[in-house]
Design a protein around this ligand. Structure first.
Ligand SMILES: *[C@@H]1O[C@H](CO)[C@@H](O)[C@H](O)[C@H]1NC(C)=O
Ligand SMILES: [Cu+2]
Length: 169
């Protein structure tokens, strides 16, 4: 039962997630610290406008600086008007598409791995959304386009039922 629920959760994530804002916990349970490969963490993730990045770390030990490409390469911020985030729980809204670069500005932390570069994509809700392949069927000549929304609702409903059964088991 649990594996079916997991499978359904994965399907839900692939189908529904691109249209909803996602909060990414940078480094997942590791948070923002030394000894984590953030390029590996970012690999395979799709960041969209409207998503957020949350940097979790011990206040005072690290910080978060948004930098440009050249500064990222040399691991320091040359932009004095660009203040570091220092709360230990910094949430960054990904408001525009394109490449984004973040480093820790403390000591040599950046060159020791505390650097993250991501590419933010345009929102998934483009005028002509492409349905995911798994439910794409070749439309019969006379049929109209497949409406995704009811299908998504159905998938969500099934996922909730599966999750409920898993909890009750
Ligand atoms: C410097 O930082 C400010 C504030 O974040 C930003 O508006 C500006 O574009 C930055 N300049 C460069 C050259 O990155
Ligand atoms: Cu640091």
């Amino acid at each position: 039962m649990a594996s079916i629920a997991f499978l359904i959760a994965v399907i839900v994530a692939t189908v529904v997630a691109p249209t909803l804002a996602t909060d990414y916990m940078v480094g997942d349970s590791d948070g923002w610290k030394l000894g984590v490969n953030y390029a590996d963490w970012a690999k395979g993730k799709d960041f969209y406008v409207g998503d957020t990045l949350t940097f979790m770390y011990k206040e005072g030990v690290h910080n978060v600086q948004k930098v440009n490409g050249p500064d990222f390469k040399q691991c320091k911020s040359t932009n004095s008007s660009n203040k570091a985030l220092t709360s230990g729980h910094d949430v960054i809204n990904l408001a525009t598409p394109g490449k984004k670069w973040y480093i820790c500005g403390i000591g040599e932390h950046c060159s020791n791995g505390m650097q993250l570069s991501i590419t933010v994509q345009e929102p998934a809700s483009a005028p002509a959304p492409t349905p995911k392949p798994w439910f794409t069927t070749p439309p019969p000549p006379s049929s109209s386009a497949i409406d995704i929304s009811p299908l998504k609702s159905l998938v969500l409903m099934v996922a909730f039922i599966a999750a409920y059964k898993m909890i009750m088991a």
